[in-house]
Design a binder for this molecule. Sequence first.
Ligand SMILES: [Fe+2]
Length: 119
Amino acid sequence: METSKYDEARLHELLYQALETEAGGIKIYETAISCAKNSDLKEEWQGYLDETKTHHKTLLEVFEKPGPDSKARTPGRKVVAHIGDSLVKAMQMAREESDADAAQLVAANASCSPRPRIT
Ligand SMILES: [Fe+2]
């Protein structure tokens, strides 16, 4: 089956958003770990961070082949980045302006928060 240009553009957009999701996920889990009081949670989130780093590295390898530029900033990718940055900022705010229990709760919510893809 022949792949149309439309399909290729859509595939590239999905790759951009997937890469941004993993990059944002690294920041989210790093911040969540810094908010964790409970050692079991910290350990669980460290596992997710390790997985996310592996996913990010694997996606970057996809971009090493001819095709989309891993640094391209599409509108959909900007939205995904904004959502990830917002979750990180929410955790930082909770840590700075509230108590450790609240910060951990915000981190738990941020770590489980779905980050929708645009395409
Ligand atoms: Fe992932």
